[in-house]
Design a protein around this ligand. Sequence first.
Ligand code: ADP
Length: 353
Amino acid sequence: MSTIFLDNISKQYGNAPPAVNQISFEAQAGTFTVLLGPSGCGKSTTLRMIAGLDTPTSGRIRIGGRDVTDLPPSQRKIAMVFQSYALFPHLSVRDNILFGLKVRKEPVAQHKPRLDKVAALLGLEKLLDRKPSQLSGGQQQRVALGRAVISEAPVCLMDEPLSNLDAQLRHEMRREIRALQQNLGITMVYVTHDQTEAMSMADQVVLMNGGRIEQNDSPDQLYGTPSSEFSARFIGTPPMNVLQLDDRTRSLLARSGPPAGQAPEAAVTLGIRPEHIRLDPAGLIPATVENVEYFGADSIVIATLGANPNVAVRAAGHLRAERGERIMLHWSPTQQHFFDATGKALRQAPTSS
Ligand code: ADP
């Protein structure tokens, strides 16, 4: 089996603060793990240490129960796909895909059947004689995937592999990579800063922040029960609204009945997702429209609620509202999130009946 385990891994470059700071997580065999987080949070460094391209300052890495911390990349049974596809321009698609097999001197008799299988899997059959310069960005990306898949390594590591593609192609390739991972039972660790990519592909999301793990959870849990304000705001488009629970907001919310009353004592902010707020003439929370953004299937109303500007509310269809218009809002107390002064999520007090 090819479960990956990182045990208290740190990486420090010179005297700079640690790029990766005591992180531990497990990527179970045959699952899709995404390392997610803003630029500079340590995702690529973590991936490079799993690959063996960087050495941890401390901690151990195990793959399939074997301690690989001191092994070179070639002995880790992994395949890698990077942002730059790094295809050889002078080689045909066929030779690019076969390159690794030839270098590793795998039996020649295996080359053709494995190439045929990979080409069929990725729809590259008709392109095998072309050079990379004769391919579109999406086709080049498929060749890079083919080169990884043909190795039949049980572990595949990908670092922002879709960032050079346009939005539509990214969407298609997301599905293809996920299907490939599931069909082949690969253990995947995938780096991205794009939360949509993480949410739509992953079994497990390791959300990083400043070299540490902020939250390690399934996409569902990350969305539904963020452990911090950082997690709450990193997931979702637009992100979760975070309202300051100052006196004015508290008194506005108090009018709506139970919600504000349920705020734990230590709460300084209240989080509510745009899709969980309803525009409702019978709602009890007043707000003022600043702007409406129309996206086709839905609209995002940007409103001011008490002293909180830029509160986003998702409404179905094309909502027509004027700037300065007063609207009434409603949300369910069960959709609220509370955070303390450090940004840590607080458990909501139980609803009194
Ligand atoms: P991410 O992939 O999340 O954008 P990285 O892992 O690339 O972040 O980088 C994490 C931190 O480590 C950054 O502050 C970056 O500048 C630093 N870093 C990465 N590689 C090196 C290196 N080879 N030498 C010095 N600092 C580095």
